[in-house]
Design a protein around this ligand. Structure first.
Ligand SMILES: [Zn+2]
Ligand SMILES: [Zn+2]
Length: 365
């Protein structure tokens, strides 16, 4: 990619960016309402009103002492109908779900958790993700307002930013209110009706995203941390941890060699080769870091300009937001590696440091 440096800005990549992904979602397929994906585990495909991301998987786990659900869709009429139909396939109703584990705060995962809570289920999340969810979905919209200013500071035109703000508020309307969520800490066990799993903190996609591992059967409920066909959106926001992409790459590396035989992702089909997929994701981000340095080039550019070079096809305010946040996450990671620097201004500018010659993943001479 370094060969591109010094050329006029031009698109580096034809991929579109979606709600959670930086590649086209390939998960659209005709499939039954629910299907058995591992012993005692049924996938319920829940439709999403999101361009480029048509389905979120909820996993229904049958234990000796009750039924549990991993993730809870976004709350639309179609989604609730699909959830009820999927539960009916297993011969149960909403009121039979005793426990819901939500991998992270995004609306396609938390959406109907409150409905299940009111039907009698306990709702569990990684402890610090609960407070983050309350901030993101607060009716006061403080976090949305802070992000609005943040994106303008990084060069996003105000009219696009305003569209993004309205779209975010509309998403929040599809997330149920929750009365009580129980916290689970990193490394603690989570009992799914008699089936033992362990929570692992996997930051990056959100600061406190978590997965569950059934160590006895080698099953990983990977949420949006490891997806088979698309890459999780990794974004930098004003409230984010310091280096979300660094967090994400580290969390992938820590999962790679776990004894997992079956991966159950929140989007796309279940798959078996966890290490192989993690290697692909690590290579993808290494290439994107190189592409980001090439897009910064020899001059000073704001992050929005760089994002438009990396993601030339953006079809909605949501896509604009995720493209800019993802670009900022890559820039921040490069900054922490000493490869680029941020220059304060309005908008803030980025430039390549002298150390950034050649590939970002090349070993130092
Ligand atoms: Zn997500
Ligand atoms: Zn998702």
């Amino acid at each position: 990619m370094s060969a591109l440096r010094g050329l006029h800005p031009r698109p580096l990549d034809e991929r579109a960016v979606g709600f959670h992904c930086t590649e086209h979602d390939l998960s659209r397929s005709s499939r039954p309402l629910s299907d058995l994906v591992a012993p005692g585990i049924r996938r319920i495909a829940i439709p999403l009103p999101i361009r480029g991301l048509s389905i979120v998987n909820a996993y229904l786990v049958e234990g000796a002492h009750g039924w549990s659900l991993i993730d809870a869709g976004m709350h639309t009429a179609e989604a609730e109908q699909a959830l009820r139909a999927g539960l009916a396939d297993a011969g149960i109703g909403l009121e039979d779900v005793t426990r819901v584990f939500v991998t992270h705060l995004h609306p396609d995962h938390m959406g109907m958790a409150g409905t299940l809570e009111r039907a009698g289920a306990d709702v569990l999340m990684h402890t610090p993700e609960i407070a983050a969810a309350r901030r993101v979905w607060s009716k006061g919209h403080e976090m949305i307002d802070a992000s609005y200013e943040w994106f303008v500071r990084h060069g996003m035109p105000r009219d696009i930013d305003e569209g993004m703000r309205q779209a975010w508020i509309a998403m929040g309307a599809r997330v149920d209110d929750l009365d009580h969520v129980s916290g689970v800490d990193d490394g603690e066990s989570v009992d799914l009706g008699g089936r033992a799993t362990r929570l692992r903190w996997t930051p990056g996609h959100t600061d406190y995203h978590a997965v569950l591992i059934d160590e006895r059967d080698g099953v990983l409920f990977s949420g949006d941390h490891v997806l088979p066909r698309i890459t999780s959106n990794i974004g930098l926001y004003p409230s984010s941890r310091d280096d979300p992409l660094g967090d994400f790459l580290g969390a992938l590396a820590r999962l790679r060699d776990l004894p997992v035989k079956r991966v159950l992702p929140a989007h796309g089909d279940p798959f078996d080769d966890l290490a192989g997929r993690i290697d692909e994701l690590l290579a993808h981000h290494a290439a994107r870091l190189d592409a980001t340095i090439a897009a910064v080039g020899e001059s000073e550019r704001d992050a929005y300009t760089i994002a438009r070079m990396l993601f030339p096809v953006l079809r909605s305010p949501h896509e604009e937001r995720f493209a800019l946040a993802e670009t900022l996450a890559h820039l921040r990671h490069l900054e922490r590696k000493g490869r680029v620097r941020e220059i304060d201004g309005s908008p803030a500018q980025w430039s390549v440091t002298h150390a950034a010659q050649g590939s970002v993943i090349a070993p130092a001479p």
